[in-house]
Design a protein around this ligand. Structure first.
Ligand SMILES: O=C(O)CCC(=O)C(=O)O
Ligand SMILES: [Fe+2]
Length: 314
C-alpha cells in the first residue's frame, strides 16, 4: 500500500459542466484526447460534473443510510438473477465493508420493485432518489464512452449498438469505522469487473494507483466523480486501456458512504477490430460479461495473476 512517496504524476480533472463541451467543438476534441490519454495511462480520471444537484445528492446519500440501516436478513435478500452479488459484506478480511447493488436503476419500475423488496410498505423517497441519481450519472457515463469511441475513430452505428446493449447497476458502499487494533483497509487494491465505474464518495478514502505505482487520494465532493475503466474496457480496447487499480482506506472517525454506477456489456463483445493490428495483435477471445462474473469468484480466478486474462486472454 501507499509508500508515502509523492508522485510527480496526477490524474486529469475534466470539467463536464463546461457549457463549451459540445460534440464537435475544439473543447470537445481536446477533452476526448485527455480522456483517452488518462484511460490509457492510468485507467481513470476525475470528472467535475454538476448535474446531480445538491438536493439530489443529499437525498441519495440519506436513502443509502436507510438502506444499510435495514436488518442484515433484509439486506441479504435475493434481488437479481444476474451473477452480480446483491449484498456483499461480513468478510473477515475486510470487516468494515458492506455493499449492495440495485440492478437496472435507470428503470423506474425496477427501482420500485427493488424498493418494495426492502420495504414492503414502500419507500418512494428511496426509489425516486435512486432512479433520478442513476439517470444523471448515466449521462456522464454515456458522454465519456462516446468520447473514447470517437477518439478511436469508431463509426456511429458501432458505438450506438455498444451503448444500447449496456446494462447498469448502482452499487452502494458503506464502511464502518475500525475498532481499536482493527485494519483500516476498506477494499484491497483491485480492478473492477465491469466496463466503466463512476464513483462519487461522501467522505475521503478512495485511492487510485497511477501508472508509476503511487497512490492518488481522491478528494470527496458532490461534484467530483472518479471514472474508472474496468476489465471489460481492457477487452474492448484490446489492452490499449488499462483497468484502473484502486483501493479504499478508512482514516476517519465517521462512517463512509460511496456510490458507483457500474456498466456491463449485455451481449457478447469482442475487442474492437480497429484496435487490432500488427503492432497490437488480438489479446482476447469473445467475451461474455456475465460468464466472466460467474468465473470471477472461482478458485481458478482467485489464484490467477489476472482474472480477465485467465478468463478470455489469448
Ligand atoms: O468505496 C468506494 O468508493 C469504492 C469501492 C470499490 O472500489 C469496490 O467495491 O469495488
Ligand atoms: Fe472497485
Amino acid at each position: 500500500m501507499g509508500s508515502g512517496r509523492e508522485s510527480h504524476l496526477s490524474l486529469p480533472v475534466i470539467d463536464f459542466s463546461d457549457e463549451n463541451l459540445k460534440a464537435g467543438t475544439d473543447t470537445w476534441l481536446s477533452a476526448c484526447d485527455v480522456v483517452r490519454g488518462a484511460l490509457e495511462d492510468h485507467g481513470g480520471f476525475l470528472a467535475l460534473y454538476d448535474k446531480v444537484d445538491p438536493l439530489l445528492y443529499d437525498s441519495i446519500f440519506s436513502a443509502m443510510e436507510q438502506l444499510f440501516d435495514l436488518p442484515l436478513e433484509a439486506k441479504m435478500q435475493h434481488t437479481t438473477d444476474k451473477p452480480i452479488y446483491s449484498y456483499a459484506g461480513q468478510r473477515p478480511d475486510i470487516p468494515l465493508y458492506e455493499s449492495m447493488a440495485i440492478d437496472n436503476p435507470l428503470n423506474a419500475e425496477d427501482c420500485h420493485t427493488y424498493t418494495t423488496t426492502m420495504w414492503p410498505q414502500g419507500n418512494n423517497h428511496f426509489s425516486e432518489s435512486v432512479n433520478s441519481y442513476a439517470k444523471k450519472v448515466a449521462e456522464l457515463d454515456y458522454v465519456v464512452k462516446r468520447m473514447v469511441f470517437e477518439s478511436y475513430g469508431l463509426e456511429n452505428e458501432k458505438y450506438e449498438s455498444l451503448l444500447e446493449s449496456t446494462e447498469y447497476v448502482l452499487r452502494c458502499y458503506k464502511y464502518r469505522t475500525p475498532k481499536e487494533g482493527e485494519t483500516n483497509l476498506g477494499v484491497r487494491p483491485h480492478t473492477d469487473s465491469g466496463f466503466l465505474t463512476i464513483l462519487n464518495q461522501r467522505l475521503n478514502g478512495l485511492e487510485i494507483q497511477l501508472k508509476d505505482g503511487e497512490w492518488l487520494k481522491v478528494e470527496a465532493s458532490p461534484t467530483m466523480f472518479a471514472v474508472l475503466a474496468g476489465d471489460a474496457f481492457m477487452v474492448w480496447s484490446n489492452d490499449r486501456i488499462r483497468g484502473c487499480v484502486h483501493q479504499v482506506l478508512m482514516n476517519s472517525k465517521v462512517e463512509r458512504y460511496s456510490l458507483g454506477l457500474l456498466s456491463y456489456a449485455g451481449k457478447v463483445m469482442e475487442p474492437e477490430e480497429k484496435l487490432v493490428d500488427e503492432e497490437h495483435p488480438l489479446h482476447y477471445k469473445p467475451f461474455d460479461h456475465y460468464g466472466y462474473l460467474r468465473f470471477f469468484l472461482t478458485e481458478e480466478a482467485v489464484k490467477s495473476s489476472s482474472r480477465i486474462k485467465a478468463y478470455c486472454g489469448i
